[in-house]
Design a protein around this ligand. Structure first.
Ligand code: AMP
Length: 256
């Protein structure tokens, strides 16, 4: 049996009482790995570089096998950039290559650049008009209920490619779920962790394109934009992203 473990933490009280979001994490794991996962999340909430949380919520739920959908892991590659400015240019080029109209790519990028603080979720944007269409306000849409089929195998897969750390580990799984949504064209992301300046553009067509520099060091603001085709059913999309349990598997060693 698998379990979903979710953590969210805030400073100045709970999120719903106006607390400032500090960190969040989520895993889907077999029972024997639960204790370790919960401890790791507690540690993460209390030691985060965005600040010390005074509210931590932990939720554990059983997942039934028939609720699970399987999706492939995106391929992985890196764009050679050295500055945030180059990173933003590369991101726009990658978005356009994936099918986002130039005007919409720039609008999405500006939405992230103009954030005053990080949101908990993502902004959903029409890939042609560049209009925000999720109607979810400051919270945004949260991709949730995803993990990789075989965590240890996945870690080995990442390490073999020189990719270590929670950020890229979690981002690649999240991006793989997001890319599997109906109507999804591309995703743009950079982290809100002040000392993690890397971001990415991911798409069903070109996979996960890591962009080593997307912001200046020390900035605690990050975000995500999901670009979707015009006419995408938003209710269906939000339901898939937030509620559908998705396990990610690679075609290689990881299938189990
Ligand atoms: P992170 O990569 O965790 O530093 O997150 C960067 C930004 O992406 C956050 O500030 C949020 O705006 C957004 N974000 C984080 N987690 C999620 C998620 N599960 N679903 C959608 N957006 C997210």
């Amino acid at each position: 049996m698998l379990y979903s473990v979710k953590m969210r933490s805030a400073q100045g009280g709970a999120h719903e009482e106006g607390g400032r979001h500090i960190s969040g994490a989520e895993r889907i794991l077999p029972e024997e790995q639960l204790d370790y996962a919960v401890l790791t999340m507690l540690h993460r909430a209390r030691e985060h570089e965005r600040g010390r949380a005074d509210f931590i919520s932990l939720k554990v739920e059983e997942i039934k096998p028939q609720e699970i959908v399987y999706k492939p892991l995106l391929s992985f590659s890196t764009c050679p950039v050295k500055t945030a400015q180059e990173g933003h240019r590369a991101a726009v080029a990658e978005l356009e290559r994936a099918g986002v109209k130039p005007k919409a790519a720039l609008k999405g990028l500006e939405m992230l650049e103009n954030l005053h603080d990080s949101m908990r979720g993502a902004i959903v944007v029409d890939c042609e008009s560049g209009m925000r269409i999720d109607g979810m306000g400051e919270r945004g849409v949260r991709a949730s209920k995803m993990d990789c089929v075989n965590s240890r195998g996945y870690d080995e897969y990442m390490q073999a490619r020189g990719l270590t750390g929670d950020h890229v580990r979690e981002a690649l799984v999240l991006a793989s779920k997001v890319a599997g949504a109906e109507g999804m064209v591309a995703e743009l992301c950079w982290s809100d962790d002040p000392y993690y300046v890397t971001g990415y553009v991911a798409s069903p067509l070109y996979g996960y394109r890591r962009i080593p520099v997307m912001k200046e060091r020390g900035s605690g603001i990050g975000g995500r934009v999901f670009f979707v085709r015009p006419g995408t059913d938003m209710q269906k999309l939000i339901n898939y992203l937030e509620e559908q349990v998705v396990m990610i598997q690679t075609g290689e060693v990881l299938t189990c």
